[in-house]
Design a protein around this ligand. Structure first.
Ligand SMILES: Cc1cc2nc3c(=O)[nH]c(=O)nc-3n(C[C@H](O)[C@H](O)[C@H](O)COP(=O)(O)OP(=O)(O)OC[C@H]3O[C@@H](n4cnc5c(N)ncnc54)[C@H](O)[C@@H]3O)c2cc1C
Length: 423
């Protein structure tokens, strides 16, 4: 169901209303969990529709898979799984230096971010969530009984609770907790991805499932892979080391200039990838950054997903966002009249796990684009050893296990004991 934000006349209904900012991954997941348990979620998204695009994102470990099953979307996700995205690093002449297999890069279940977002959106609509696209919050004023919200376009309205699920540069966090500069830390790299024709001129035989081929120079990675669903298309993925740059974050021409400047004159297929930039209409360019918030809630306002504890790529933010949505929905439904207790339990259950996952984001840039020839050689040698990869996979799996309450679907059912693995 989509809706306008006009407030109905008369007394407010007794079931709590929750405004969720952001229809990425965390927002629709929370909306589904709340609507299924009888609360009234409204999701507001600045984009005109659920945003497609992005690369593959993955889920790791029994806890994440169990929660997806409980949400009723695991089978649908299994049907659109990519099968993983192996990565091969080559020298300037195309000779293989390092190969990372699909299970290393893709976890237990890898799907395209756009597919995940769409499936969550549809599941939350089926559960009864409301959506408003093309709008954004402009102010939040907490009163004793609710939060008065003003919008860029819609008339003001009061909600019982507000949740910021609006990503690394969260609008809700800015309004309720202060400016981005206090919460977002640049981690020393920039990343870009865009689609291009999978043309023989590239000189690479790319097909869905073969994964990406990439070439490093110190502080740079240029790579390309066949599109997972359309073999006639490919997807470029570039990473470069840089101090924080001043540019217009909403101007694709500025992003293209920075990429051309960072990669000009480099060997391998770099020129051909840069040539395709001009025609790209889906360029995603961002710093590799992390977001931290000293508290995940204040009064009736809470943060979820990347808004609370995110890292641009490699921080396993998607699995954390799903677990966070599951816990927040479960806790709010457990204590409908006591949001403070629910927010406190949500943060204490999730924060240590989320902070541990976030550390992966700190390492991503250095791993993908090591800064010197020596660091490149070291990465290729260490990760080229099967035993190291097997050990890292085991460690990653153990680290994604978390004991969570098995929340009932309805607030009047008893709380079951906790689980840690799929059952
Ligand atoms: C287009 C896109 C592509 C991505 N690609 C990748 C990728 O390739 N690999 C990867 O690991 N991660 C990617 N991510 C990030 C990944 O989705 C998140 O790290 C993770 O899934 C956590 O999800 P989230 O819902 O917290 O944040 P996000 O998925 O970032 O969703 C936040 C949502 O909030 C919306 N929003 C932002 N500002 C406002 C506002 N003022 N008002 C209302 N809504 C607002 C955004 O449009 C977005 O839909 C991408 C995110 C986006 C938006």
């Amino acid at each position: 169901m989509t809706t306008s934000l006009e407030q109905a006349a008369g007394p407010r209904p007794t079931t709590p209303s929750v405004l969720i900012s952001g229809a990425g991954v965390a927002g629709p997941a929370l909306a589904q969990g709340l609507a299924r348990r009888g609360l009234r979620p409204t999701v507001i998204e600045v984009a005109p529709a659920v945003r497609p695009g992005g690369q593959a994102v993955d889920f790791r470990g029994g806890t994440q898979l169990h929660v997806l099953r409980r949400m009723g979307i695991l089978d649908q996700l299994q049907r659109v799984r990519t099968g993983g995205s192996p990565m091969t690093f080559v020298d300037a002449d195309g000779r293989r230096l390092l190969h990372l297999p699909a299970e290393f890069t893709g976890g237990d279940l890898e799907v395209l971010r756009g597919d995940l977002s769409r499936i969550l959106y549809e599941a939350s609509l089926d559960a009864g969530a409301e959506y408003v696209f093309g709008d954004s919050l402009t102010s939040l004023t907490e009163t004793a009984t609710g939060v008065e919200v003003t919008f860029r376009h819609a008339p003001p309205r009061t909600f019982d609770l507000v949740v910021g699920a609006d990503g690394l540069r969260s609008n809700v966090r800015r309004l309720a907790f202060g400016p981005h500069a206090d919460h977002v830390t640049h981690l020393g790299h920039y990343a870009a991805t865009w689609s291009l024709p999978n043309h023989p001129d590239l000189g690479l035989r790319l097909h869905p499932g073969s994964g990406s081929v990439g070439h490093n120079t110190p502080g740079r990675l240029a790579s390309v892979a066949a599109d997972h669903t359309d073999p006639t298309r490919a997807r470029a993925f570039l990473v470069f080391a840089s101090r924080e740059l001043a540019y217009d974050r909403h101007d694709p021409a500025a992003h293209q200039r920075l990429l051309r400047g960072a990669f000009a004159g480099l060997p391998w297929k770099v020129d051909r990838l840069l040539d395709s930039l001009g025609a790209a209409d889906d360029l995603y360019f961002d710093s590799i950054s992390r977001a931290d918030s000293p508290a995940w809630s204040t009064g009736r306002i809470a943060l979820l997903g990347d808004a609370a504890c995110g890292a641009t790529i490699g921080g396993m933010g998607t699995g954390t966002a799903i677990l966070g949505a599951y816990v927040l929905a479960g806790e709010l439904s457990r204590s409908p009249g006591d949001h403070r207790a629910a927010f406190t339990r949500y943060e204490s259950l999730l924060r240590p796990y989320a902070e541990e996952r976030q550390k992966g984001g700190d390492r991503t840039g250095r791993f993908l684009a090591p800064s010197s020839r020596f660091a490149l050689h070291l990465r290729n040698t260490v990760f080229g050893r099967r035993r190291v990869l097997a050990w890292m996979l085991r460690a990653a799996k153990d680290a994604t296990t978390l004991a969570l309450p098995d929340y009932p679907e309805r607030s009047d059912e008893p709380l079951n004991s906790s689980f840690t693995e799929a059952d």
